[in-house]
Design a protein around this ligand. Structure first.
Ligand code: KG4
Ligand code: ZN
Length: 338
């Protein structure tokens, strides 16, 4: 009976998700209602549409999460919710639901940073050891994070412009690939070759920062020039060339980071962590650089995208460390950083 049960809510973008996590480790349920089909025809997430879907889905997801975990509100230890970063309207739906549950069932309310959630997804499949490095790659973020201890985040590298997932989605439009394009482009890349040799911005610079807008422009220009000349380019080769640039940049910078910050674990998190090319190239690079004492941790694919379980995993760390709880005045913070 003394098990710790956290109900965790995620609604920062286009998935409504509620999970029940036991003792920070066991996923008793992780219900994910995706809205992708509603946003596809717009080529990206429409914030107002997202909010409306969250309203419709949130109570159903919460009840499903409890049912699947075979628990009731009375069994819970706390309720956790993503407070940012994300779309303000979308975040507010999850926050309102969490507050209502907290108030009605007299439960502590744990506010969670979405990006911390992505990192702590790894805690559900491995035992994180500090210090560690995390490569956070999603639709909104491209960051290298140094964690000297649990709950302590330092951004040591960041993108100067587009996030890597955003770049995938933008070139996806040019290729006629539906949103979100990352997974399809990853598959296409495996059927093509790097024949275009797109730029690898900032790779040689002695810092840990990224830039993807030049790569995106080079890609778009290449396709437009071909269109004007009525040439057809091989889409798989385009995808492979784009992905080769992206992985070279990400891998190059993370190797640089590992040399500057010796750690035993490298966590790769966020939606783009699902990328097979990135997984393969990182593994090869660690061997080539003789960084074989670094353990590479990729959360399983179902925990790479946005989900409630990762929020529960992060909330557990905060709960154990007795970090500040939120009151019923909790507000969304759309640009929350670490
Ligand atoms: O973390 P996430 O689910 O949502 C955000 O917080 O942004 O990440 C979504 C992003 C999208 O841009 C999507 O295209 C990208 O992750 N993505 C991928 C892959 N699967 C999803 N990018 C590259 N390769 C993949 N296999
Ligand atoms: Zn995310």
């Amino acid at each position: 009976l003394d098990r710790e049960l956290i109900l965790a809510i995620e609604s920062s973008c286009d998935e409504t998700s509620v999970a029940v996590i036991e003792d920070g480790k066991h996923i008793l349920s992780n219900i994910i209602a995706t809205q992708i089909n509603s946003h596809k025809r717009f080529g990206g997430v429409v914030p107002e549409v997202a909010s409306r879907h969250h309203v419709e889905a949130i109570t159903i997801c919460a009840q499903d999460a409890l049912d699947e975990a075979q628990v009731t509100y009375e069994d819970l230890t706390a309720v956790a919710v993503t407070m940012g970063p994300g779309l303000v309207g979308a975040l507010l739906i999850g926050i309102s639901a969490a507050k209502a549950i907290s108030f009605a069932h007299n439960l502590p309310l744990i506010p969670v940073n979405h990006m911390a959630g992505h990192i702590y997804a790894a805690n559900l499949v491995a035992d994180l050891q500090y210090p560690l490095l995390a490569l956070l790659v999603s639709g909104g973020h491209t960051e290298i994070v140094y964690m000297k201890a649990a709950g302590v985040f330092e951004i040591i590298g960041d993108t100067r412009d587009d996030a890597v997932g955003e770049a995938y989605d933008k070139i996806g439009r040019v290729l006629g690939v539906p949103y979100p394009a990352g997974k399809t482009i990853d598959t296409m890349a495996h059927q093509g070759q790097d024949t275009f040799n797109f730029p690898r911005a900032m790779l040689q610079e002695e810092n840990l920062d990224f830039s993807f807008s030049g790569l995106k422009s080079a890609f778009i220009n290449t396709v437009h020039h071909a269109d004007q000349k009525h040439e057809t380019l091989n889409k798989n080769d385009l995808a492979a060339s784009f992905q080769a640039s992206v992985t070279d940049i990400l891998v190059g910078k993370i190797i640089r980071a590992l040399k500057a910050y010796p750690v035993k674990q490298l966590v790769v998190a966020g939606g783009v962590a699902a990328n097979q090319g990135l997984r393969e190239q990182l593994q090869l690079a660690l061997q080539a650089e003789q960084l074989t004492d670094v353990t590479l941790i990729f959360p399983p694919l179902r925990l790479c995208g946005d989900n409630g379980a990762m929020i529960g995993a992060a909330a557990h760390v905060q709960w154990v460390k007795q970090q500040p709880l939120a009151g019923l005045d909790l507000n969304a913070d759309p640009s929350l950083s670490f």
